[in-house]
Design a protein around this ligand. Structure first.
Ligand SMILES: [Zn+2]
Length: 273
């Protein structure tokens, strides 16, 4: 699943198309997570002015409105030559005036390609999102304040997009390990000092992942099927049953909100009053 760092990498890779105009919209499949709206045809003739990101949503801005795009579970966006034939699962294409075409490809069709005429940040999908993790709006104090009444597991809490955007499963596993926090600890039971530690590691791990362009493991498996370098840097994710890199105890696996969660019961002791 594309995580925030991959979405940011996608955004950076598409910036060269800004300034070009849309000659034609081609929609091969309207049935995505929400239907591709008829109103998207308003993008024809428009110049692509901006490409911004909010959480894992991309906003392609024009004078008339914005396309709101989400990659879902398996989506990708790429620029191809206009002459290249469509691939299976290319659902939406913007044919540009410079012989290029922006293509939205999504085999599982959990993605989105919407059209918004009003201020996109007020749209219901975006308005309630938590802060971006690498901005000053995200802090230990923010986590502490929001968590005071939350009995939910800390791992679910930090993965909730209303709390902070972009902390996907891998990042949550790793940050909790480095912070020495058991993933099932009720969010309200952690102190400000705990949140300061956790915040630092979330910031550091996501910052590094964005710099590298994401950690999706399949991207780091080379053509021989050997895992790439990033997997060797992961302390807990995907390492259940293997020895903890700090204390050598066997790492445990638990499901939290149905997401696989690996932790060290020695380095991340269960919370007790
Ligand atoms: Zn350990």
């Amino acid at each position: 699943m594309p995580e925030l760092p991959e979405v940011e990498t996608t955004r950076l890779g598409l910036l060269p198309m800004l300034g070009s105009s849309v000659l034609k919209l081609e929609v091969m499949q309207t049935r995505l997570r929400l239907p591709v709206p008829e109103s998207l045809s308003a993008i024809e003739g428009q110049r692509l002015d901006t490409l911004t990101r909010r959480g894992k949503y991309l906003l392609l801005g024009t004078a008339k409105g914005s396309a709101l795009i989400h990659l879902g579970m398996s989506g990708s966006l790429r620029l191809t030559a206009n002459t290249e034939p469509y691939r299976k699962h290319d659902h939406v294409a913007l044919v540009l005036n410079n012989d290029w075409s922006l293509r939205f490809h999504d085999p599982r069709r959990f993605g989105l390609f919407l059209w918004l005429e009003d201020e996109p940040l007020n749209h219901k999908l975006l308005a309630s999102l938590g802060p971006e993790p690498l901005t000053p709006a995200f802090s230990a104090e923010h986590l502490y304040r929001l968590s005071r009444t939350k009995k939910q597991a800390i791992k679910s809490f930090i993965m909730d997009g209303h709390v902070v955007v972009g902390v996907g499963n891998i990042y949550a596993n790793e940050a909790l390990f480095y912070a020495g926090i058991h993933p099932l600890t009720p969010a309200k039971d952690l102190s400000l000092t705990d949140y300061q530690r956790l915040y630092q590691h979330i910031y550091r791990i996501l910052g590094a992942a964005i710099e590298r362009g994401g950690t999706t493991l399949r991207d780091f498996v080379n053509s021989k099927g050997d895992p790439g370098y990033f997997q060797q840097e992961l302390m807990v994710y995907g390492r259940e049953g293997k020895p903890c890199m700090i204390c050598q105890q066997s790492l445990q696996l638990v499901r939290v909100n149905n997401r696989s969660t690996v932790y060290c019961s020695h380095c991340q002791p269960a919370f007790s009053e």
